[in-house]
Ligand binder design. Sequence first.
Ligand SMILES: NC(=O)c1ccc[n+]([C@@H]2O[C@H](COP(=O)([O-])OP(=O)(O)OC[C@H]3O[C@@H](n4cnc5c(N)ncnc54)[C@H](OP(=O)(O)O)[C@@H]3O)[C@@H](O)[C@H]2O)c1
Length: 253
Amino acid sequence: MISVVILGTGNLAQHLCQTFSKTDSIQLIQVYGRNQGNLQWFSSYTKLCSEPKDIANADVYLIAVSDQAIEKVSGHLLDKKGIVAHTSGATPMNVLSAENRGVFYPLQTFTKGKSVDFDSIPICLEAQNEEGLEVLQDLAQAISSNVYLINTEQRRQLHLAAVFTNNFTNYLYGIGEAICKRNKISFDLLKPLIQETSNKIMSLQPKEAQTGPARRGDEKSMNQHLSLMSDHTEQEIYRLLSEAIKTEYEKEL
Ligand SMILES: NC(=O)c1ccc[n+]([C@@H]2O[C@H](COP(=O)([O-])OP(=O)(O)OC[C@H]3O[C@@H](n4cnc5c(N)ncnc54)[C@H](OP(=O)(O)O)[C@@H]3O)[C@@H](O)[C@H]2O)c1
């Protein structure tokens, strides 16, 4: 049995709490949060703690707070023997002051209330020492079939790739939704296209899967699209992405 304390009460903390609570080999013994209101959500799962001095002893401390707060919150755990790991893609392991430190980075997008299947989520691990790594491996393998050893530099690059493939793509969905809304069209019409776009790259390389006016070098359609937008940011994004796609494919035209 691995005992765990989660520090943080946000999106990831909620998902980890739910997953750990239904995993026999993991005992979630406490959740620490600075805000009593946000802590209450966890009360049906485990014990709560809002004072750093009351943080319980555990095998693993998972710091799931905002990236900027990781270093400060890790300062509450200096006297602990268990491994202290943060959960961030963009943060080096060495911001943690504990000697027994590591990283437990689940590569997925987590939003409160939107359930995910942890078993398929890649969990990227790093640890300062072999013993700590073994504990993190046991913890990760108890909830996921996709566990990887990824060092700080690789994780930084992976996080950058994730920002392009998830965060920027989602922002573009938002532009699509806004265009639909302005023209009284249901965004639902685009959902099968969104689904197929992500399905396609399971069997094709992104380069093969690309379609659209910029890939075809269709200047007439691109100019028409630009004239349909009055929002400067949308126009700039359209121009920049179209240019990048055109440059990539024009040798083939
Ligand atoms: N969400 C994702 O998709 C995702 C995916 C992979 C990894 N991660 C990583 O998981 C971590 C948490 O992300 P999240 O999305 O769960 O964030 P979040 O929903 O914004 O929650 C942030 C949490 O940090 C707490 N916090 C902030 N400053 C604090 C401080 N000084 N002391 C104590 N607690 C503090 C907040 O407490 P209050 O409620 O009191 O403000 C809140 O509980 C981050 O390192 C992030 O990089 C997130």
